[in-house]
Design a binder for this molecule. Structure first.
Ligand code: PMV
Length: 333
């Protein structure tokens, strides 16, 4: 059978998923809402190797050839494949390779795009085609809930009202509806000290977690309306408040988790100053020190010109709203 290659995008949460109600099913305590990215993607190539005794799991680093995947990455893909196999009843051994075109494990949602790409490639291989809702469930089986939001494309809502596996992420608007830019200020590209999975486990130990859960329904509504009405000022205020709150929960969990670095705070202060000076710009962070700076695509050059000289930033990744996974003709092997 032919090889199958998929590119699945990362996403940036505007309202964050932090804390699980059921870790076996990867069910969130609260709904989340994200913007699908366009250029930060994971590429996965898969092909069956009938008669082989085991899967070959490969990884392509940013530079250099394919190598066997190791450690947590290997375990993550093995576990994801085991769940996908049980669900789709496909047991032929596979050669499977993945790569990211952006830093891995540094809070730019490489697990979301990586596991979404594996789920899509696997489903494509063994079923030909799978409805989008099911794919979102398959992606989430990885244990990275945000992978569910990397499937539909555009602006995506992942509800939290499910009691079982039936909680697909849904697109609420296309990327074209509001082409926001995401200028990612990479202040540290090394993998984060504590995984998101561990962060989800610790979240409820924060004395502020229940307060957060009480605030989220209104915040979600505000962000959703801001997207629908392309209301940047409401989006900016709400999204920054939300990002800071996620990190407050992390910092007050037991034991605490500190994802921010001094450079993170420098970039945040710079963004606040630009907004104060009249630019339509705001910032958000996932579980890592790197800062996603959001603005309307038409303003991204002006915003970047102001920020580009910042000594706090090692690398800029210029991204923006995107429309979801694609099938590729280029393969990793
Ligand atoms: O999906 P996970 O387990 O990688 O957790 C995602 C956590 C955040 O990125 C911090 C928030 C989110 O909603 O993406």
């Amino acid at each position: 059978m032919d090889k199958i290659s998929i590119a699945a995008p990362s996403n940036i949460a505007l309202v964050k998923y932090w804390g699980m109600s059921n870790s076996q099913l990867t069910l969130p305590c609260a709904p989340s809402l994200s913007m699908t990215l366009k250029y930060c993607v994971s590429h996965c190539t898969v092909e069956p190797i009938p008669g082989a005794r085991a899967d070959q799991i490969l990884w392509k680093p940013a530079s250099g050839p394919l190598i066997p995947a190791e450690g947590d990455m290997r375990r993550g893909i093995e576990n994801h494949l085991a769940r996908l196999r049980r669900h789709l009843n496909y047991h032929v051994p596979l050669r499977i390779a993945t790569s990211n075109n952006f830093p891995t494990g540094a809070g730019i949602a490489s697990s979301a795009s990586g596991f979404a790409a594996v789920a899509l490639a696997f489903a494509q291989l063994c079923t030909g085609k799978t409805p989008a809702a099911d794919l979102s469930l398959l992606a989430r089986m990885s244990g990275s809930g945000s992978a569910a939001r990397s499937i539909p494309g555009g602006y995506v809502l992942w509800p939290a009202n499910a009691t079982d596996l039936d909680s697909p992420a849904q697109r609420i608007a296309t990327a074209a509806h509001w082409p926001l830019a995401d200028l990612i200020a990479v202040v540290d590209s090394t993998p984060k000290p504590v995984s998101s999975l561990e962060g989800h486990r610790r979240a409820a130990s924060s004395p502020f977690f229940n307060t957060r859960l009480g605030l989220l329904p209104d915040r979600l509504l505000r962000v959703r309306r801001a997207i629908e009405q392309r209301d940047f000022n409401t989006l900016a205020e709400t999204v920054e408040q939300e990002a800071i709150e996620l990190h407050i929960i992390a910092m007050t969990s037991l034991p605490p988790i500190f994802y921010w670095l001094p450079a993170t705070l420098q970039v945040l202060a710079h963004v606040r100053k630009l907004r104060h000076d009249g630019l339509k710009v705001c910032a958000t962070m996932d579980a890592g020190p790197n800062v996603h700076i959001l603005c309307e695509a038409t303003e991204s050059e002006a915003v970047l010109a102001e920020l580009k000289g910042s000594a706090a930033v090692q690398e800029w990744i210029i991204d923006g709203a995107g429309d979801g996974p694609t099938r590729l003709d280029q393969h990793l092997f």
